[in-house]
Write a protein that binds this ligand. Structure first.
Ligand code: HEM
Length: 550
């Protein structure tokens, strides 16, 4: 019923409780002084306030919202969220249950913390929750939502996904890039060999190999210099890595302006300023890369040959698609920048972080490394490196990966989803515009699903048909449904073959003075949740010497 309905208004005016009130003499005198129009206006305003309050409460009460803590004015429940939001929400879910509603600033937020609730949002009602909220990170760091990660659900996003899945991540195309993964992996193993006996910061080495692979696949070559800044490259490896770290950080932060929009202009944490500065750096990088691609293609005289895709990198392909008049939604220059950034950023830190968590857990339990070595010696032998095609015959290595992704999912709460419509989930009303997070960190610790969930025990996956590809809702490192990670198969290939070869080729230990129990597992929250203290480890070769001189 509309707020201004005459019927409702009349009934309230008629039943206004004034007939039983004893009006004192002084008030009667006052009444005589106040002009009658002012009294009427006052009554009307009070009535309207009463009506709208009653009606608003009624419409809220008639909704059956998920349980949750009472919000404060302005901040909502932000006071309950600590520096590790997934852990704060995990604790709250133990009070309020697997589906709960909070308010972050001005916005309702629903958190799913069980496999069943994840399934409701990502499968049963996937079409309702397949959009993204518009946040500052999407606006400033991804060319006004021109990439796929932040694009709202609709024709632009749908076409982008189609390009990703059918062109960039098809199994044929991924196979055609296998030689790049092999070359870069061998270079990585050789670097580990050269550093053997010395403490190494593992994340630096892992980021370098994943960034090298992704750069060559997406950009055609490594556009960064690996030593000091050389004349030819536009950035050094270190600078590029810093840009990506900043991008990940800014895409994962809790930016006050996103949640309390009327405070946005103040940019209280300075994040928007940093986003704009970062955009300029990426712009410069993209312009350089695209100009070089266009010049090279012009030279080759093949800039318009859209069918000849085999020898092209992903930027070539995207630039050609941007010229394609038949596309349902036109791809702009900014789209190509957004997509390119999506691919480079999406693939690098996620994979490196996962392998770093895996090695950290293994170094805490050297008996697991021994078990992995037994499997590798039996299946591969000591005369060669592990290849991608060997992975299905290495169930213990696969189990280590799954166990790592259960206990340390990189995107602890996936990316935010947005309700496009009103929807009933698990018997509760979820209002249009609600922002939804699926807490995979919490699901991975659900004692009703996992035995001793706090223990790292890869064996739990042996002989089980649980995989990470979005069908088993108790294990969702890549999400599920329409918004599921499109790069998961590339990610898995990089992670599994790096880890398998690291274990096959080297003995691993902590630096001299460090005990297993001293190795901290503290986290820092972000779009990728990373280790608070980067892992330092020492390697020693375990294969015949000639294998390291390739
Ligand atoms: C260990 C490796 C990886 C992990 C754990 C991972 C995880 C995820 C997760 C959790 C999401 C969000 C799902 C959701 O919103 O429900 C996502 C989305 C995405 N990922 Fe990945 N990812 C990985 C590797 C990659 C790679 C290699 C690429 C590309 C080269 C990539 C590109 C993307 C893109 C473009 C999206 C956005 C999809 C959309 O919004 O429609 N990811 N990823």
């Amino acid at each position: 019923m509309p707020i201004g309905s005459n019927k409702l208004l009349n009934s309230i005016i008629n039943t206004w409780p004034n007939s039983h009130i004893n009006i004192p003499q002084s008030a009667k005198k006052m009444e005589a002084l106040i002009p009658s129009w002012a009294v009427v206006t006052l009554i009307c305003v009070a009535t309207l306030a009463f009506v709208s309050k009653t009606f608003f409460q009624k419409s809220q009460n008639s909704l059956y919202l998920p349980p949750g803590p009472k919000p404060w004015p302005i901040i909502g429940n932000l006071n309950l969220i600590g520096p590790l939001p997934h852990q704060s929400l995990h604790k709250l879910s133990q009070i309020y249950g697997p589906i709960m509603q909070l308010k972050f600033g001005s916005f309702p937020v629903v958190i799913a913390s069980s496999a069943e609730m994840a399934k409701q949002f990502l499968k049963t009602h996937d079409h309702v929750f397949a959009s993204r909220p518009q946040m500052a990170a999407g606006k400033y760091t991804t060319y006004n939502y021109s990439n796929i990660t932040w694009a709202p659900y609709g024709p632009y996003w749908r076409q982008g996904r189609k390009i990703y899945l059918s062109e960039l991540f098809s199994s044929k195309r991924l196979e055609s890039y296998e030689y790049i993964r092999v070359e870069e992996r061998l270079a990585f193993l050789k670097r580990l060999y050269l550093l053997s006996g010395k403490p190494i910061l593992l994340k630096d080495q892992l980021s370098r190999v994943t960034l090298s692979i992704i750069s060559r696949i997406v950009l055609g070559k490594k556009y960064f210099s690996e030593s000091s800044k050389s004349e030819k490259s536009i950035v050094t490896l270190e600078e590029f890595q810093e840009m990506l770290d900043e991008l990940f950080l800014l895409n994962g932060v809790l930016n006050i302006g996103d949640w309390i929009p009327w405070l946005k202009f103040l940019d209280l944490q300075g994040y928007e300023k940093r986003m704009k500065a970062l955009k300029k750096k990426f712009d410069r990088f993209h312009d350089y890369v695209f100009d070089e691609h266009k010049a090279r293609n012009l030279e080759r005289g093949e800039n318009s040959n859209i069918k000849d895709l085999k020898t092209k990198d992903m930027v070539d392909l995207l630039l050609q698609l941007a010229d394609d008049p038949d596309l349902e939604v036109k791809l702009t220059y900014n789209s190509v920048k957004g997509f390119t950034q999506d691919l480079v950023a999406g693939g690098t830190d996620t994979s490196a972080t996962t392998v770093e968590w895996a090695m950290s857990e293994l170094l805490k339990q050297p008996n697991l490394i021994k078990k992995a070595n037994e499997e590798l010696d039996r299946v591969i032998g000591r005369e060669r490196w592990v290849e991608e095609k060997d992975i299905p015959r290495l169930p213990f290595i696969e189990a280590i990966m799954k166990e790592t992704m259960r206990i340390h999912p990189v995107a602890v709460m996936l990316a935010p989803h947005l309700a496009l419509d009103h929807c009933n989930v698990g018997g509760y009303d979820i209002r249009k515009g609600t922002r939804v997070f699926v807490n995979t960190w919490s699901i991975g610790r659900d004692p009703s699903v996992w035995d001793s969930p706090e223990e790292f025990r890869p064996e739990r996956f042996l002989g089980k048909a649980i995989d990470v590809k979005g069908q088993n809702f108790e294990l969702l490192p890549f999400g599920s449904g329409r918004r599921m990670c499109p790069g998961y198969s590339l990610g898995l290939k990089m992670i599994q073959s790096s880890l398998a070869n690291m274990l096959h080729g080297f003995k691993w230990k902590l630096p001299d003075d460090m005990k297993e129990e001293d190795l901290s597992m503290d986290e820092v929250y972000g779009l990728a949740t990373i280790r608070k203290f980067p892992l330092v480890a020492v390697t020693e070769p375990r294969l015949p010497d000639h294998l390291y001189h390739m």
